[in-house]
Design a protein around this ligand. Structure first.
Ligand code: ADP
Ligand code: MG
Length: 370
């Protein structure tokens, strides 16, 4: 058990709320997959379709090659963990964890060993006799996870499970959760609004917008190889430079931006096309214009510093390019050079780290609407 396959799945609520649209993807057995995207983009709906609490309006869902249409929630081998802890406050941790196997009529001996193993696996055995109101938030979530394990579910669905935890504990819990899923050989599908969490915890991340799947890829793919303008926009921070392709070679294209010509990764857009060149803010390189130029990069546009601002670990340097577009470079706080207002600089980047997208007909802002 089991690959999960969505095949052209659409869910329409009421007459016309298309919560998810034509969703097709495969999640392999044992993978940890996160779903990210703006609020209302259909993440929870996708989880509910998987769980079987709602059925697709169109399309099919398969576990391995079995069509799930007539398979009930109980028979889908699924466990849930939510932000708002779904455990019973009037039962001890032990009783909460024993609940699943008990209602399924397992023998007393089996229940005991399932519960003990589950408690041990989430490291909460010492609190078995306590009642949830006396526990910390992470222990509530451990109890919820133990409950999933004791129910022998193989697929773990998590909807903002760490949303109620403080940042530091949240980061520790991310590691704990991933380890648990891998050790127990579960398949996990995890909804989060925290993209850093998704990139840390997952084998693959699915980026969604307005009910559609935009890109499903590894965390490094999403950062280094976005294949859609929305991925560049939503995952991390990028600027989009407007230009026209004047030359396309096998690996690189030349794009005219204002009066400058820069090289970009060739993303398959052809000569003469108007494009948006996406560059992640941390991939920009900045250099003062001096006589011994070309130190950092020879692929650059001239610009003028607006502001060099300290942000703790990073600095944000805002620059007006010669075509009047304003970009923001994120550089390390320790970067030895400080930039002064109105100073002339070169703004460069490694061509292989940029991506070139067809300029959206409706304009960048409309194309990136969430
Ligand atoms: P997310 O979890 O990404 O924030 P949801 O999957 O909850 O998004 O919702 C996607 C869209 O479907 C939203 O527009 C939401 O208002 C709508 N929606 C979700 N559930 C229902 C429902 N039961 N009835 C009507 N509309 C719904
Ligand atoms: Mg949701």
């Amino acid at each position: 058990m089991s690959d999960i396959r969505f095949q052209h799945v659409t869910k329409i609520f009421g007459r016309k709320v298309e919560a998810v649209k034509d969703l097709s993807f495969i999640i392999n057995d044992g993978e940890y997959v996160s779903l990210i995207g703006p609020s209302g983009c259909g993440k929870t709906t996708a989880l509910r379709l998987l769980a079987g609490t709602i059925l697709p309006t169109k399309g099919q869902i398969f576990f391995d090659d079995k069509h799930m249409e007539n398979v009930s929630i109980q028979d889908r081998n699924i466990g849930f963990v939510f932000q708002h802890f779904a455990i019973f406050p009037h039962m001890t941790v032990w009783e909460n964890v024993a609940y699943g196997p008990t209602v399924r009529g397992r023998h007393k001996k089996d229940i005991e060993s399932l519960v003990e193993n589950a408690l041990k696996s989430v490291q909460i055995s010492s609190k078995a006799e306590l009642y949830p109101p006396t526990l910390s938030a992470p222990d509530w979530q451990k109890t919820a996870l133990a409950r999933v394990l004791a129910s022998e579910a193989r697929i773990l669905l998590l909807d903002e499970p760490l949303g109620a935890l403080d940042q530091k504990i949240r980061e520790e819990f991310q590691v704990f959760l991933r380890d648990l899923v891998k050790r127990e050989k579960l398949t996990a599908i995890h909804v989060t609004h925290d993209q850093a969490e998704a990139l840390t915890i997952s084998d693959k991340v699915a980026v969604m917008n307005k009910g559609e799947l935009i890109q499903l890829g590894s965390p490094t793919d999403l950062i280094y190889n976005p294949n859609h303008i929305f991925t560049s926009f939503f995952v991390g921070e990028s600027d989009f430079l407007e230009g026209v392709v004047i030359n396309d070679e096998e690996k690189e294209s030349e794009v005219k931006i204002g009066q400058s010509i820069i090289r970009t990764h060739n993303t398959g857009v052809s000569k003469g096309k108007r494009v948006a060149v996406a560059v992640r803010r941390e991939f920009f390189q900045l250099e003062k214009i001096t006589k011994d130029a070309d130190k950092i990069t020879n692929n650059y546009i001239n610009g003028t510093i607006i502001q060099d601002q300290f942000l703790g670990l990073l600095r944000r340097v805002r620059v007006r390019l010669e075509n009047q577009q304003i970009i923001e470079a994120k550089i390390h706080a320790k970067y030895p050079i400080h930039f002064n207002e109105n100073e002339s600089v070169k703004v460069g980047f490694d061509s292989s780290l940029s991506r070139c997208f067809d300029y959206p007909k409706e304009g960048i802002i409309a194309a990136l609407e969430m």
